[in-house]
Ligand binder design. Structure first.
Ligand SMILES: CC(C)(COP(=O)(O)OP(=O)(O)OC[C@H]1O[C@@H](n2cnc3c(N)ncnc32)[C@H](O)[C@@H]1OP(=O)(O)O)[C@@H](O)C(=O)NCCC(=O)NCCS
Length: 200
């Protein structure tokens, strides 16, 4: 649902442009992942990060209704990324799988711009957004809490023994109470959706 050639959000704080991730963004974003906790703690190498991100970019192209892969760009350079699966949580709700900002650009609003753009996409489809964060990742926890996410559970030993994954949720209410959004409503919220190139 994120057209490759169209900017979709600007941060209020800096001139970040959030747009669809492209294959050319992958090397820089993979370097970011491989060099920045929490990923090295899970043994993620640059090669693995490259393969993962290329895979998501490809999935987004093939199934734009299922994935959103975004980058935040500053002065023409990608400085952060986010990957979201629209039905990635319980098969019913959006799940933010990956988010990262280059270390030298943190605390300048790039993470906020990415998360806000993802939330706009997610809330056009349903009233909940979920994510997991490792218990040791205190800066990300502060970030998510600042952004209005609430801790809803702890999954012990989920990925690695001894590390808790904390489940966070941002919600606009129960799924059953959310009126189904019409395509017109979605387009009103995200005018560029109608220009989405659908690949089957
Ligand atoms: C978490 C992360 C994406 C945040 O991105 P960011 O661009 O630095 O976030 P922002 O600048 O938009 O921060 C927004 C607010 O979040 C909070 N916040 C962000 N980082 C914080 C930190 N290290 N300590 C305390 N609060 C923090 C602050 O309230 C901040 O607002 P302020 O700067 O006005 O005080 C970034 O730190 C990162 O890439 N971390 C490494 C990867 C990672 O942990 N990803 C999450 C995996 S689940």
């Amino acid at each position: 649902m994120v057209p490759a050639d169209l900017p979709c959000r600007l941060s209020e704080r800096r001139d970040f442009m959030v747009r669809a991730m492209m294959p050319t963004d992958v090397p820089a974003m993979a370097r970011l992942m491989a060099s920045s906790d929490p990923w090295p703690r899970y043994g993620v190498t640059e090669e693995q990060a490259t393969s993962t991100l290329h895979d998501f970019v490809e999935r987004q192209t093939k199934n734009p209704g299922d994935y959103a892969c975004l980058v935040a760009e500053l002065d023409g350079e990608p400085v952060g990324f986010l990957v979201m699966l629209y039905s990635g949580c319980f098969g019913m709700s959006s799940y933010i799988k990956l988010v990262g900002v280059r270390e030298d650009r943190r605390r300048t609003g790039a993470g906020t711009a990415l998360l806000r753009a993802a939330e706009n996409l997610a809330f056009a489809r349903g009233p909940n957004v979920f994510l997991l964060v490792s218990h040791f990742n205190t800066s990300a926890i502060r970030f998510y809490e600042k952004m209005g996410y609430q801790r809803v559970g702890v999954i012990a030993d989920y990925v690695v023994a001894g590390i808790d994954e904390i489940l966070y949720r941002k919600s606009r209410g129960p799924i059953a109470e959310e009126p189904r959004m019409t395509q017109e409503h979605r387009i009103a919220q995200e005018p560029w959706i109608k220009q989405e190139p659908r690949v089957t």
